[in-house]
Ligand binder design. Sequence first.
Ligand code: ADP
Length: 519
Amino acid sequence: MLKQALTILKKFYGYDAFRPGQENIIVNLLQGKDTVAIMPTGAGKSICFQIPALILPGITLVVSPLISLMKDQVDALAQQGIPATYINSSLASSEVSRRLYDISENRYKLVYVAPERLSTDYFQSILNKITISMLAIDEAHCLSQWGHDFRPSYQQITPFIHSLKSRPIISAFTATATPEVKDDIIMLLGLDHPNVQVNGFDRPNLYFSVLRGEDKKKYIINYVKNHADQSGIIYAATRKEVDSIYELLSQKGLKAGHYHAGISDMERTRQQDDYLYDNIQVMVATNAFGMGIDKSNVRYVIHYNMPKNIEAYYQEAGRSGRDGEPGECILLFSPQDTMTQKFLIDVSTENEERKAHEFGKLQTMVDYCHTPDCLRKFIVQYFGETKAPDTCDNCSNCNDESELVDITVDAQKIFSCIYRMNERFGITMIADVLKGSQNKNVLKFHFDTISTYGILSERTVKDIKLIIQRLAATQYLTLTESEYPVVKLTQNAYAVMKGQSSVWQKISKERKANIDSSL
Ligand code: ADP
């Protein structure tokens, strides 16, 4: 069986060996075992269902949300001599009928479909006339409400499976799923102890860095200028921001493109092609850009704004260095980004439970921006890796040579202030009380009468907030999952208050100078 798979790998794709994980998936699928595969972008997921599709009898249905990419994928397969087609809303109904007829005549091995299509009676009746050996679900995280890109149309997949006369082998693929999302996918598809292939999430060739307090525009102009021979992506949160960065770079004579949902389809395709063929050096885009774009020589991905969660961040940042050569992933953080994302989450759904979950994920993203620990470890742990080393020597925190300072006394002051405020307030209010602010809310709750009022008056509010964020990022504090998170103490904080452990934080030279001068 493996031999046959290897022969096909060579014959149709021209490769000599499987990449990590591919063999396990292919062999299991050929043995009829349902499989869930979580592999980073670029790991080579497509081959994992295409090769079994060629070996298994009948056809394989591939469910994909990316209508715009189906044609490219099918064309590429056709060029390799693999009989494939797609059915989606971009086709005229006469063309759909023609393709369905060809499908019923077993003329294809792979059929790509948009999930919306699955529930139509006509489609189901055609499919029930032929053998569907396998259902491959691409971007399977779209099934889960806890994933970063839930799509209601994916809810049609499970009823569709039940509507088939005989149940096909089921394979689900995604680049980003937390352990929670993985379990949800298995539950929603009703898979019974499937083969689960999780490839290491680490991308050792990527350098991660978080920069706070930069003049973002200046930073970007300098960066793009200094990397003029390299291809990069700059992600921003809103269309408006994309346009303004694009204009700025263009004014400076830099070869930039822009991409967001407000630009016409034709123009977007043109921009995308220009980027793929290196006519454009840097693409400024919202998160609408990139899904499925196979450009291997992207050398840097800069996030002008913090994204809404780690999955989105890792997927976008992970578009750099797909060729295995070094890639740089830079996140320019500003507190305003948190407000923007909160707004976007707030308007994205009515479902309160989902909203709370999204706010929780946003907080983890904020923690990433504040953790003094290894950024790589933070990411891979998030995806369920338990044995990540403490340092990677290839992220801005591991390379940060600033001084490690004992901040136990400050931390104790902060914790006891939170305790005295009954763990019922957010970071801003706590920082105001510690600073000794006369702000209306502080006075309304009579916090000017508690013993920790003004206990950090020598610090700026900004600095106090930063320390609190870092204490949250290092598990001394937790924040509730809501639009206005409330800060709570953890057992770690209690241990510090009791004098049983100490707290250390790296403090950069500039920040130390600021603190010293404010003392
Ligand atoms: P993913 O869907 O996981 O992001 P793709 O399926 O698009 O990844 O594959 C990424 C690239 O890796 C493609 O260009 C593909 O041809 C190539 N690839 C896949 N498997 C192998 C392999 N075994 N050997 C060499 N290249 C491979």
